[in-house]
Ligand binder design. Sequence first.
Ligand code: ZN
Length: 267
Amino acid sequence: MTEVNITEWLQHNATFVVLSTFLVLAVLESLNPASKFDHFTRTRWANNILFYIIIFALNKFTGPITALLTAYAAEQLNIGLFNHYSFPILFAIAIGVLTIDLMHYATHRMYHHYDSLWKMHKVHHCDFDLDITNAWRFHPFEIILNSIFFIAVISLLGLPPIVLLINYLFVAFMNYIEHSRITLPKFLENKTRWILITPTLHRIHHTVPREDHDNNYGTIFSIWDRLLGTLRIEPSPGNSIENLGLKEYRNIKAISVWRSLWMPFAK
Ligand SMILES: [Zn+2]
């Protein structure tokens, strides 16, 4: 199979691959949940499905703009490392995926650090439970801001479409698996977390105390957290991976879609 064939296959099948991943993980987490589903689950799911619809509609609108801006930056401004030099495709994939992941680490850390950005990102953190549907729970502003950083990075690198498609699938897969309730067997957790963000590492990132949720910022790789001193493999003493959400949002009404959308503007 040539690079063009693989790119075409990925373009046609990306939605199917992502949907299949979601369904398999949804079945697995309901068979062996890391924590019990409670009576708020249905309302939480309704909220998170609404977030999915909002983000899906937003992506339909911003997707073509993102593609246009990226193509403009790559062709008209003639920037982009990979436009000027030819590298083996595997090298381009490795550099592309690692750089975009480092960008996600940096922006995620920024969202936690600056109060104005935290007001937007806490929409993702305020849910007091966690399952695969939380992979959709993001404020639209965060999606737009991420797109701007994404355009800047891929324009500077001039990454070919195959790299972007592989990165998209990798990010979608990791986003679903790390929000799921699945607990990996201990030996697998210990080995995997050397390189990748595991569901347990990300659960710690969703716990209430700030000293815990200001860690494990990675999306795909745990190496950035490890290198930059933000990796936490256990909750701090007195905390647990069941203690999810934020202390100021302890009832289901406070995290409704409408109230969540208003969070960046609230005092
Ligand atoms: Zn976060």
